[in-house]
Design a protein around this ligand. Structure first.
Ligand code: ZN
Ligand code: ZN
Length: 195
C-alpha cells in the first residue's frame, strides 16, 4: 500500500508521505522534509515526542518573525519614550494650570484690594501734603527753661508770648499748637515747637 501523502515539501516540491521525516511549520502551515530544512534527527525525534506546547517554525518564517520581533521591540521602545514624554507633558500642564490658578487668584485679590489700596495711597499723599503745609509755619525754639509742676502748655505759651512781645515787639501772637520735643530732661532746658 502506497504511503499516505501529507502534502508537498515547500523546499524540494516533492511529496511528503507518512513515513517521511517531515515537519509542519506552526506559522505558515507548510510541510518540510527535515533533511531539506537541515533539522537534526534528534530534534525531530524530540519534537515528535513532545506535546503541542513546543512549536516548530521553518527557516523562512523564523527570519520573518525575527524581523517582526525586532520591529515590535523598536515599537515598544518608542512607545515607552512617548509614554514618558506624555507623562512629562501632563505634569507640565498640571504645573501650568496651578500657575494660572495662582495668577487668577492673585489677580482677583488685586482687583478686590486695588480700590482700597489706591484710596489709602491718595489719603496718605493728602495727609503728607497737609502735614508739610502745616509745618511750613513751624518754629522750633531751643533753650526754653523746663516748666515745673502744673499746666506746662499754658506756661510755655505765656513764655513764648512774653518772648515775642519783649524781644520782637509782637503782641498777641497766635499760637495754634505748642509741643515739647523729646523726653523731659532731668536738668537744663528742652526744645519747644510752636505752630
Ligand atoms: Zn523536501
Ligand atoms: Zn513557515
Amino acid at each position: 500500500m502506497a504511503p499516505k501523502v501529507k502534502d508537498i515539501c515547500n523546499n524540494c516540491n516533492k511529496d511528503v508521505v507518512s513515513n517521511d521525516r517531515a515537519l509542519s511549520c506552526s506559522i505558515c502551515d507548510k510541510w518540510f522534509h527535515i533533511k531539506c530544512e537541515r533539522v537534526p534527527v534528534a530534534d525531530y525525534d524530540f519534537l515528535q515526542k513532545s506535546d503541542d506546547s513546543i512549536q516548530w517554525v521553518c527557516k523562512g518564517c523564523k527570519g520573518a518573525s525575527q524581523k517582526i520581533c525586532k520591529m515590535l521591540t523598536l515599537m515598544h521602545t518608542r512607545q515607552d519614550k512617548i509614554e514618558t514624554e506624555v507623562v512629562g507633558l501632563a505634569n507640565s500642564l498640571k504645573h501650568c494650570n496651578e500657575k494660572i490658578n495662582s495668577v487668577d487668584k492673585n489677580l482677583s485679590q488685586l482687583n478686590e484690594n486695588l480700590p482700597k489700596m489706591v484710596s489709602q495711597q491718595i489719603s496718605q499723599i493728602i495727609d503728607d501734603k497737609s502735614e508739610e503745609e502745616k509745618r511750613e509755619a513751624n518754629v522750633i525754639i531751643f533753650g526754653i527753661p523746663e516748666t515745673e509742676e502744673g499746666d506746662s502748655k499754658m506756661k510755655d505759651t505765656e513764655f513764648i508770648q512774653g518772648l515775642c512781645s519783649d524781644s520782637l515787639g509782637i503782641d498777641n501772637i497766635a499760637i495754634d499748637e505748642i509741643t515739647r520735643l523729646g523726653a523731659k530732661p532731668k536738668k537744663g532746658s528742652g526744645e519747644i515747637q510752636t505752630y
